[in-house]
Design a protein around this ligand. Structure first.
Ligand code: DC
Length: 229
């Protein structure tokens, strides 16, 4: 057990419901919620803003060195800042979404952000969601969860989310984008999306948010109990 509680890792493909449930679980246990995808999105946003070639590893590495990414709590969403600029909504744009896998595949980016994530989680009391948390960022996490859902279900979730945000993309297009992102995230050379051997897999396709939250909360309670004994 770490100073402030457990390290909980929640991984899985795009739109499997990770951030929604991770946020609620963190709140219920009074843990910090860390959305690592938002960190990859933030540097992608910044690189696009600065007109940097997204495949230019050196330039993006330099950019990272001078870029601060921070979070402040908020309801229903956490606020994200890049060098003091609020980017909470901007990092969810289609442009960032469709380019983030390219930037997230660069070793220099992974190296830098993984270090920042490990630093945030070192004292525990944290629920961290991403793709490689259980495998690379926190290989000794107290609890590892891997969430999955069908492509169709995930596209439908994104569609509803987009409608709320006034983003107009067809379901078909979203299914294609999700498949492409899954492919890129699972096939990159450095820490690809992969289920850790000791992760508990939960298929959220036909589950409600509350059901998933309850399952994870039960797992956390169990861990807390065994850690006490
Ligand atoms: O969870 P998300 O959709 O906001 O993540 C955005 C992108 O960042 C996703 O396509 C893959 C990448 N990512 C990653 O490579 N590693 C993480 N730990 C989190 C996200």
């Amino acid at each position: 057990m770490h100073k402030n509680g457990l390290q909980v890792a929640i991984d899985g493909p795009a739109s499997a419901g990770k951030s929604t449930v991770a946020k609620i679980v963190a709140k219920n246990f009074n843990y910090i919620y860390v959305d690592t995808g938002a960190m990859y999105r933030s540097i992608t946003y910044k690189a696009i803003q600065d007109g940097i070639d997204l495949n230019d590893e050196n330039k993006i590495g330099d950019l990272l060195k001078k870029t601060a990414i921070s979070f402040t709590p908020g309801n229903p969403v956490q606020h994200v800042f890049v060098d003091g600029e609020e980017v909470t909504e901007k990092i969810r744009s289609e442009k960032v979404t469709n380019n983030v896998s390219t930037v997230a595949a660069l070793p220099v980016v992974r190296h830098d952000l993984v270090k920042r994530q490990q630093d945030i989680a070192k004292d525990g009391g944290v629920v961290m969601d991403g793709r490689d948390i259980g495998t690379t960022v926190l290989p000794n996490a107290d609890l590892k969860v891997f969430l999955i859902a069908s492509v169709k279900e995930r596209a439908e979730r994104r569609y509803l989310e987009n409608q709320k945000n006034g983003i107009d993309v067809t379901l078909e297009q979203l299914e294609k984008e999700i498949e492409l992102r899954d492919y890129k995230d699972s096939h990159r050379k450095v820490s690809p999306l992969e289920k850790a051997k000791d992760a508990v897999e939960i298929d959220t396709t036909s589950l409600s948010i509350n059901q998933v939250v309850d399952e994870i909360s039960d797992l956390i309670e169990e861990k807390l109990k065994t850690n006490k004994n």
